[in-house]
Design a protein around this ligand. Structure first.
Ligand code: ZN
Length: 180
């Protein structure tokens, strides 16, 4: 296991569309393990391939992070995840490990069904609501080069850009709130 470097916005690697994984082998299993370790240590509740400079369609998610007590939840490692059903709308307060210091509220589907493969190549289906639903949508967006701030209004995007650039100039890389 190894900690991976997290790619930070506006790095162009965060904008690439990732390729589906064609063979789930030890290399992919190692990547998923390293991503989980990196997510836990950041700390965050989700991480997608492009955030660690991989162009594979892979995500890890564990929404049970509790700052004082660590993690006690379920770790999902999903290869080639796809949202196959979505229902309703909700406000979701989000941050991103690739955009430290920015927390904004975006619209997400309230419930989703996500299908993909587990690390052994077996089919996996997750029905999710609330934070898990938001986190899965956020990570799957990453695989298509989409960041959560893209879902904000143009005006809000401009304000966020100004704030983020200022923080970068000042060398601030502080994570606040829920980051995924
Ligand atoms: Zn993110």
């Amino acid at each position: 296991m190894a900690l991976l470097d997290i790619v930070l916005h506006p790095d162009s690697r965060l904008r690439q569309k990732c390729e589906p994984v064609t063979e789930i082998n030890d290399e992919i299993r190692r990547l998923l393990g390293d991503m989980a370790e990196t997510m836990y240590s950041a700390p965050g509740i989700g991480l997608a391939g492009p955030q660690v400079a991989s162009s594979h369609r892979v995500i890890v998610v564990d929404v049970a992070y509790d700052g004082d007590n660590g993690y006690g939840g379920k770790l999902y490692k999903i290869v080639n995840p796809q949202v196959v059903e979505r229902e309703g709308v909700m406000d979701s307060e989000e941050g991103c490990l690739s955009i430290p210091g920015i927390i904004e509220t975006v619209k997400r589907a309230a419930t989703v069904v996500v299908e993909g493969l587990d690390e052994n190549g077996d089919p996996l289906s997750v029905e999710a609501e609330g934070l898990l639903s938001a986190c899965l949508q956020h990570e799957i967006d990453h695989l298509d080069g989409i960041l959560f701030i893209d879902h904000l209004s143009k005006l809000k995007q401009h304000l966020v850009k100004t704030k983020y650039n200022k923080m970068l100039q000042q060398g601030q890389h502080e994570y606040t709130g829920r980051t995924f």
